[in-house]
Design a protein. Structure first.
Length: 221
């Protein structure tokens, strides 16, 4: 009996077929059409021009328009053009901390760290209560599980509110590191320049003895 050949399977789907259209000839051709259209309409930026009635081989080279509703799907997941943090009410989740629209009306500072600590302690307490219910009456544990679910989602949602601040601080840190590196390189160049200047000044201050000069003159004759 012949051995069966192993079947090759791929975890990821094959590339879309339109990648074959991105040839050097097609790219040159569509750039020429855009430039011609820009000259006709007296536009400076030809990259933003949308061409109509393109041949079949050039249609895939023009990026599609943004979705009208601001959403698109990739591998079954929905994404939005504007990456906004969804509201708990939109996800049908009970809110366990003040609403962002109401928390600052009285001028008081909203202490996220304090709320996170309270949620963490409540999670631990509810976990102990859940263990007791599972030991005595497992059928009554569903409500406690739902409570813990709401706490975890609120906890995670409150942490996600820090993402814009984290992004800003990360960018500041990266820019500061780049600035420090540039300053260090500049200082190293200045030190090398000063060292070279001192060396040249030292060489310029040396005096050759007259006897050595005369001997060299005689030898040259």
């Amino acid at each position: 009996m012949e051995e069966e050949q192993p079947q090759v399977s791929s975890t990821w789907p094959s590339p879309p077929p339109f990648w074959r259209s991105f040839t050097t000839e097609n790219l040159t051709r569509i750039n020429e059409l855009r430039k011609q259209r820009a000259d006709d309409e007296k536009l400076e930026d030809a990259s933003k021009i949308r061409l109509h009635g393109l041949p079949h081989g050039l249609r895939d080279l023009q990026p599609p328009l943004e979705p009208a509703n601001g959403e698109w799907k990739v591998f079954g997941d929905t994404y939005r053009i504007e990456d906004e943090l969804p509201r708990l009410e939109d996800m049908q989740i009970r809110r366990l901390f003040p609403n962002p629209e109401d928390r600052d009306r009285d001028g008081k500072h909203f202490d996220r760290a304090l709320i996170l600590k309270r949620l963490a302690k409540s999670l631990l307490l509810n976990f102990l209560e859940l263990m007791g219910l599972l030991a005595i009456n497992p059928g009554a544990a569903e409500g406690k599980v739902n409570d813990m679910r709401d706490m975890l989602i609120n906890f995670h949602h409150l942490i996600n509110e820090y993402r814009p601040h984290q992004a800003r601080e990360s960018l500041i840190s990266m820019m500061q590191a780049q600035l420090d590196r540039t300053r260090a390189e500049t200082n190293a160049i200045r030190d090398a320049k000063d060292k070279a200047e001192r060396t040249m000044e030292g060489l310029g201050s040396l005096k050759i003895c007259d006897e050595f000069t005369n001997n060299m003159t005689i030898l040259n004759r």
